[in-house]
Design a protein around this ligand. Sequence first.
Ligand code: GAR
Length: 192
Amino acid sequence: MAPARIVVLISGTGSNLAALLAAQQERECPFEIVGVIADRAASGLAHAQSAGVPTAVVRKGDHPDRAAWDEALAREVAALSPDLVVLAGFMKLIGPPLLESRPGRIINTHPALLPSFPGAHGVRDALAHGVKVSGASVIEVDPGVDTGRILAQRAVDVLPEDTEETLHERIKVVEREMLVDVVRELSRTLAS
Ligand code: GAR
């Protein structure tokens, strides 16, 4: 059975991407990362480059408006013919051209227990609210901000001395494992 073709979208350091790339090396991995796309010169692109995976940068600033960028991103993804698109720290909303071309085939990982604390500052917002337990969620992407169907969640205790950085680092540990598990599981379904 051919492995499911995965495209990963990133904006940052790419530790989730690195976990997916590592999992791909395991025997009988049901997926293959066929391309990584960033919306900026993300440092995480280096993980893909050292694994020999093609990369592209589609910057909003290189396009006349948001709609043109949405189209360009959708074209770049379509050229890779993915079975599944994984947003792994991609800090932009996905516009209609990409979203409507792949219904149910785009997932996102988020560093909070959705539906609480959606958006770009999930860890900071959860800490500011004083939660004692937070965690990570993997969801199906829909047109809203982190409103899609929840596919998996893992909890992380918040410690009294936590800062945004320390909590986020502990969340990322469980987030990476969860994301790899979800991508493996979906890939098996897609490939069968
Ligand atoms: C991850 O924790 C991810 O959940 C978060 O960005 C981090 C990226 O880390 N995404 C969001 O906050 C999206 N709302 P990474 O670049 O090291 O994988």
